[in-house]
Design a binder for this molecule. Sequence first.
Ligand code: F6P
Length: 324
Amino acid sequence: MAENKIKRIGILTSGGDAPGMNAAVRSLVRSGIHAGFEMYGIYRGYKGLLDGEISPLGTRDVAEILHIGGTLLMTARSKEFMEKAGQKKAKEMMNAYGLDALVVVGGDGSFRGALALSELGVPVIGIPATIDNDVASSEYSIGFDTAMNTALEAIDKIRDTSSSHERCSVIEVMGRNAGHIAFGVGVSCGAEVILIPEVKYDLDKDVYKVILEGRNIGKRHYIVVVAEGAGSAIDLSKKIEDFTGIETRPTVLGYLQRGGSPTVRDRIMASLMGMKAIECLSKGKSGRLIVVKNGILKDIDIAKGIAEKKTIDAKELEKTKALF
Ligand code: F6P
């Protein structure tokens, strides 16, 4: 069997931080060392790669981080890396530090950077981590479960005050252009209305009518969960109150959803995905994304993965109306 040319692996976290990123770094470092690699942390994402913020990571350096939210490797945006010249420089920096491969923990934007490096001949592996769960090629991305649980806990509390005052509450959740958080959280908190960017809605039919019907059947609160990509809680609240006459209050959950200790699911997924990335590199495989497909952890070609599209079927959202 040919000798594996990869000896030293760099790890970076990129894009919005997500709970479980630290668990992924721990898994990569420990399983990498176990497999005989030297592991290096790159601080502040691609920016840190260009600036040479690179240090070795041993098994004890990643102790006590499994349960911590955010990313201890930190994350930053780099305009320089977006350009071809920056990507070439990144490759040179990898050579200068003797890094033979790079593992990128982040979302689709970060993987586009990884693909650019791969096209320059750098062996790369991507691990999906974003609370939005919008990595097109994977059913799951690290951080999604924690973010949904955080949002759910907050909405359960809002519901208490909402019912006491017989009010409508409009809660805006994160997700950028995707509605996965809103859909999951909306179903699990029993929202009367879920609004997501993937499915067009009509204010009269899908919002006002539903709330008024709720009042007619004796509901004491009305929860509207809106994905940030589908509307603003502040605007919607005003419209709902003006049309229905029901007192309505907006809450924007915001960055609260990105923090906190990762849930069991995120710790497991981060640990498994980190191990799978090292398994690929041990077999000399690179240019891969670690993804979940039909519930199974796999590695797929990074260029094909990035080209995939993901959406939420309008019929799936429609079905949840039976829970009203
Ligand atoms: O991608 C994660 C996310 O939290 C999105 O839900 C949100 O739209 C965005 O990042 C916010 O980004 P920033 O940290 O740049 O404000």
